[in-house]
Design a protein around this ligand. Structure first.
Ligand SMILES: *Cc1c(COP(=O)(O)O)cnc(C)c1O
Length: 224
């Protein structure tokens, strides 16, 4: 496990360096360590090394490992970074502290209902499909402002951030710039952008949260 924690330490060092190069206050960017496909035993050394914020992309997979980890290590925060189905919203509201993938009205309605019922209030971000890729989740950029307004006005949801996953193999810069612009128009402060390959670029452009898996935990099974 020594390898894993050293990759974690290196990632933290790179984040701090990128903050400093961008004249941003050191320690201001939140690392969301993406633990999808990893077992509890792979995750624990990273928790013990000091990491408190983790991301998972599947509700069911997260339910299999996080309730026990959260109990064992109080103070952890879990982000849902994958698409949410409406039949999974009750479970998601129970388990996650931040849901980054709100992207359609049906989900907004279902989240509002479950949050009222349970009294739990995870923070909510809207996912924007900045590359307008047909196979990818997220609201099209042209609809983002109106959708955030609908979430707030019609469903009483306090949307506080935007998230994007730029198209694979493209320069992510223009996608990050678009997300920054939309966040301004939507009046949200949290910007979840940047993954293993581009988190330094994202920090230079204003990311408040970077979602990093591979650089910490190593390559995933291609199915992951
Ligand atoms: C898997 C995943 C990541 C992490 O990707 P890496 O390239 O492994 O850092 C970030 N964001 C989302 C939405 C993901 O599904």
């Amino acid at each position: 496990m020594a390898g894993q924690t050293s990759h974690f330490e290196q990632t933290i060092a790179k984040i701090r360096q990128a903050e400093s190069s961008a004249d941003r206050s050191v320690g201001s960017v939140v690392l969301v360590a993406v633990s999808k496909t990893r077992t509890a035993n792979e995750i624990k050394p990273v928790i013990k090394a000091g990491q408190k914020v983790f991301g998972e992309n599947r509700v069911q997979e997260a339910q299999g490992k996080w309730p026990a980890l959260k109990q064992q290590y109080p103070g952890l925060a879990l982000h849902l970074i994958g698409p949410l189905q409406s039949n999974k919203t009750a479970d998601a509201v129970q388990l996650f502290d931040v849901i980054e993938s709100v992207d359609r009205e049906k989900i907004a309605a279902s989240l509002a209902k479950e949050m009222d019922k349970s009294g739990r209030r995870p923070a909510l971000y809207v996912q924007v499909n900045t590359g307008e890729e047909p196979q990818k989740a997220g609201i099209p950029p042209g609809e983002a402002v109106a959708f955030v307004e609908t979430c707030r006005q019609k469903y009483g949801l306090a949307i506080t951030g935007l998230m994007c996953i730029p198209p694979a193999g493209e320069n992510p810069g223009p996608h990050f710039a678009l997300l920054v612009k939309l966040a301004d128009h939507c009046k949200v402060t949290d910007l979840s952008m940047g993954m293993s390959g581009d988190f330094e670029t994202a920090i230079g452009m204003g990311a408040t949260h970077v979602r990093v898996g591979t650089a910490i935990f190593g390559e995933r099974d291609p199915q992951g």
